[in-house]
Design a protein around this ligand. Sequence first.
Ligand code: ASP
Length: 598
Amino acid sequence: MIETMAELSRTHYCGDLTETHVGQEVVLMGWAQRRRDHGGLVFIDLRDRTGVIQTVFNPQEDPETHERSHAVRNEFVLAVKGRVRPRPDDMVNEKLATGRIEVFINHLRVLNTSETPPFMVEDEIDVSEPVRLKYRFLDLRRPEVQRNFILRHQASQTTRRFLSEEGFLEIETPFLTKATPEGARDFLVPSRLNPGEFFALPQSPQLFKQLLMVAGFDRYFQIVRCFRDEDFRADRQDEFTQIDYEMSFVREDDVIDVTERLMGWLYADLLGRQVKPPFPRLTYAQAVDQYGLDKPDIRFDMKLKDVTAVVSGSGFKLFAQVAAEGGLVKAINAKGQSGLSRKDLDDLTAFVKVYGAKGLAWVKVNPDGWQSPIAKFFTDGEKAALAETLDAKPGDVLFFSADQPAVVHEVLGQLRVKLAQDLGLTDPAEHALVWVTEFPMFEYSLEEKRYQAMHHPFTAPLESDLDLLETAPEKMRARAYDLVLNGHEIGGGSIRNHRPDIQERIFAALGIGPEEAQEKFGFLMEALSYGAPPHGGLAFGFDRLVMLFAGRSSIRDVIAFPKTQKGTCLMTGAPTPAGRRQLLELGLRVETKAKKEA
Ligand code: ASP
């Protein structure tokens, strides 16, 4: 039954045919999406990357071809030849791009057969993700999935075009390299030629791109795979793609300017939308103060308001005590949401506990006064002052958090986002971009009992804060910036330390002594000492960016062959144990056999 394509060359893609082709003879190739037998006539929807077209097998056209069409099953691969005709008026399908025409087939070749697929290859299927991932090659055939990858391709092409025009050079950096710490665990690769020694897969090209600046390339970019051996929290993959760039002789504003114009191109090319630079900017301190989080969703207001001073003398002991101990009391106002039920409020209380809250104080502002378990503790004057600070009107619900500042911000920041989601306060079609700048240089790790770089150790501090390095590192601000879209961090970067003396002092603040610095980053320190220009850059999480542009909610939708939450590939079965010989060659012995999870 399987035939060759001999003498047949494709003349058109299925989805490209329109009424202008009526009367033409065409040769199409693709997959049988569905076959319908209507007495004398057989209809086969033929699909390729561009779309679907209805083909018609009519005994009058060519009896043998018609006869052979009965054997076609879903996902058979076909080559067909026939003439384009307008559909009769009552058969027009306005939902289909090619729905006004059909092709009457006089020649059919079956190029390959197919097993019955485990699910229909079409949009809106109800199939579990593991099944889709196991048969990813079929899942990827589905039009809505293909569209994501067409968009991804366009995104990388636009990026390349823009950055090339701006004078950036695309230069590849090694995958087999030395660890470049971005704060995650490295993937190690044993070196057969150097037994007992290992390469690390890059967490990002950070150090190499800096070396390219030392090398005088001035502007570099790469759309590059990065590897981080992290637990698959939320929506992450252990290998992911960045748009990575670096520029010499620049300040923050220069990197921000290029990035905003790149976003302008991407929005115009991919979504046909205008975004207008400059994007709003918030310092880290402002973002956390107003939105609780360093990746604020600015599509809706509901800002955090500091009410510590108002409640410090109140009869509500918890608030008064927190205020007395130097803590913070903040509140948000969910406007017009007094319809929230007791159960909703209990659910929200359970939600904030995950973020370290001990409880959640709430107030419903009713026309006749406050309805709240804590109402009785406040004087009318305090209530009036709170109402003024929070712009509280009848119909509103106020939520309070009292604790150490970090807890208060996290709790109300997360609550604010959750309320917006639950109550539909944001328009998914709106894209709000905002820069967050002046991140702290360091954050204290309770686990490791030392300071860690908030961005990475190569980030430069604000010049005005340099004196704090040895005295109050926790107060230092970094020349780092993140680009945030609707509450997602989509890119981040910084101006770097191009002076070896400053880089050395920063290593010291991080507890990396001269010896360790030499061992790990000797090549960088050496390069910096040979005339490194001032430089800085940024990297976008490309998968997340494409995901948001495609309106999807998982990066797995825009990665052709993603892994599961457990870091496995359901299609290939990777990872798999290594054979004895291979291990021997690598000089490795496996001590414990890790339990393979089902
Ligand atoms: N290498 C950084 C990262 O992967 C980005 C940058 O600083 O340019 O987050």
